[in-house]
Design a protein around this ligand. Structure first.
Ligand code: ZN
Length: 164
């Protein structure tokens, strides 16, 4: 899943880990996102080569994690995917989330508000001259490329989710 800032997070036993640094031999060190916690893991590609999973705090509850995951991935998609209507993105997203039944109505409303706000910011103006028309055509191509990139990101995201 992704954090609010869009950085990648790994979930292990309902604890969130964020990337810390690259070590020698392609090994990555990921640390618990709670500041004073000393839990960490070392990854070599897809292999967990070292782990210290002793946390000094409680794990996140399932519902909260699912909601965070959904809102943060929606935010990411919104920022990239600006051609589809917000309600369409939301339906798709919820349909692809197995735990969506645990979403509270409040969360759905909040997500919806965010989507609408994002959409308003990105609505293109109608071109009033040839120069603007050219500009909107090239924006359309950029959107297509972003869309392709997004589809690939989602696939990647789902594969990564299955790992842990
Ligand atoms: Zn921890």
């Amino acid at each position: 899943m992704f954090s609010e800032k869009g950085t990648k997070l790994l979930i292990i036993d309902n604890y969130k880990f964020g990337f810390q640094k690259n070590l020698a031999d392609n090994i990555q060190r990921w640390i618990c996102t709670k500041r004073k916690c000393k839990a960490y893991i070392k990854l070599n590609g897809d292999c967990l080569c070292e782990e210290v999973l002793t946390h000094n705090h409680e794990s996140e509850d399932d519902g909260k994690l699912v909601r965070q995951k959904l809102t943060n991935s929606l935010k990411r998609k919104c920022d990239k995917l600006i051609t589809e209507r917000p309600s369409k993105i939301k339906r798709k997203e919820i349909a692809s989330n197995i735990h969506s039944e645990s979403l509270l109505q409040n969360d759905i409303n909040r997500v919806h508000k965010y989507l609408n706000a994002a959409k308003l910011r990105t609505i293109p103006k109608l071109p009033s001259n040839l120069e603007e028309l050219h500009k909107s055509v090239s924006e359309y191509f950029i959107i297509c490329i972003l869309y392709l990139h997004l589809v690939m990101t989602i696939v990647d995201f789902q594969i990564n989710d299955l790992k842990f």
